[in-house]
Write a protein that binds this ligand. Structure first.
Ligand code: SAM
Ligand code: SF4
Length: 318
């Protein structure tokens, strides 16, 4: 079947699948301190239902699936889910975005199950600051997760740091330094006004230009999906900038998202959702087609508005 294009001619090849809304952390920009009402187990798509969605999406041209959350490693049996998704015909890459705190014990099993890539979220290299930002995480666990990923054979892991004025902008050079000796891409993400951060003061929202100012001498390499890649001469890895706020990249967006309770979100920042729960294969195909057709042309957060998403990031998965 020919790949499906949306009305802007964008080819939809990438599905972000949130496998749980739960998380072992409570990052200040993502979740309120006392947590949010959690979905019950019965509300969450089963592994079979998630795999059915992937099968239908693959038939429509999706080639890459990213498991996210909440924290995907907090979903019991997630290694088995990786195996099921990796076995779907047409799926060429299964990736995961994780805070890595629970990664060390399962990194080898994930690799063996068919996970191809890892993105690790890491906003600071200072233990006290890590504890403050994540509220319940320990930096040493996340770093142990990164080490275990390397030992398990994951290559080109991406480290993602949300850039926050007055919180971690003094660590740009230290975080980028992870790419000095190792072939990792350290990517700085502009903070988005969604969930708790929608009410934050403007000074926290730094343009990613601040990274270029903190690291003079980098050379522009080109685009890699939603990131701009830069290279510091002599370094093994690269530095990435993800600029949803200052340079929106909606014209190149190839993604759709599915929440843990089975709602298709054609765009991260739009309130539009389509229910996929209970649909058979034909029903899934037509809902996915309808969702792709409903993908908005662009978000409007740079017009001084907050995200229009009806859900927080822990429910969508970034
Ligand atoms: N728990 C996993 C993790 O933290 O990697 C996966 C889910 S988390 C919602 C996915 C990504 O969204 C993380 O890299 C996180 O930093 C990012 N994120 C959450 N809230 C954000 C916000 N308001 N602005 C920018 N990025 C955000
Ligand atoms: Fe959890 Fe990831 Fe949200 Fe942090 S950003 S609270 S690790 S889902």
């Amino acid at each position: 079947m020919a790949p499906v294009l949306d009305h802007e001619g964008r080819r939809i090849a990438y599905l972000r699948l949130s496998v749980t809304d739960r998380c072992n952390c409570r990052c200040v920009y993502c979740m309120p301190e006392d947590g949010v009402p959690m979905l019950s187990h019965a509300d969450i798509l089963s592994f079979e239902e998630l795999t059915d969605v992937v099968r239908a999406a693959a038939e429509l041209g999706v080639r890459k699936v990213r498991l996210t959350g909440g924290e995907p490693l907090a979903r019991r049996g997630v290694v088995g889910l990786v195996r099921m998704v990796a076995a779907v015909p047409g799926i060429e890459e299964v990736a995961m975005t994780t805070n890595a705190c629970l990664l060390a014990p399962v990194a080898g099993a994930l690799r063996e199950a068919g996970l191809s890539r890892l993105n690790v979220s890491l906003d600071t290299l200072r233990p006290d600051r890590y504890a403050r930002i994540t509220r319940c995480g320990r930096l040493e666990d996340a770093l142990a997760g990164l080490d275990a990923a390397r030992a398990a054979g994951f290559s080109h892991t991406k480290v993602n740091a949300v850039l926050m004025g007055g919180v971690n902008d003094d660590e740009v050079a230290d975080l980028a330094g992870l790419a000095r000796d190792e072939a990792v891409d350290v990517r700085f993400i502009e903070l988005m006004p969604i969930g708790p951060s929608a009410a934050w003061p403007r000074g926290r929202f730094l343009p990613a230009e601040a990274v270029l100012e903190a690291l003079p001498g980098m050379e522009f390499l080109g685009r890699d999906g939603v990131a701009e890649l830069w290279h510091m001469p002599g370094w093994a890895g690269n530095v990435g900038l993800i600029r949803p706020m200052s340079h929106k990249f909606c014209d190149g967006c190839s993604r759709i998202r599915v929440t843990a309770d089975g709602k298709l979100k054609p765009c991260l920042h739009s309130a539009a959702e389509l229910d996929l729960r209970g649909l058979d294969h034909e029903g899934l195909l037509s809902a996915l087609r309808a969702g792709i057709a409903a993908k908005p042309k662009y978000h409007r957060m740079d017009e001084g508005r907050a995200s229009e998403s009806a859900r927080d990031m822990n429910e969508i998965g970034g």
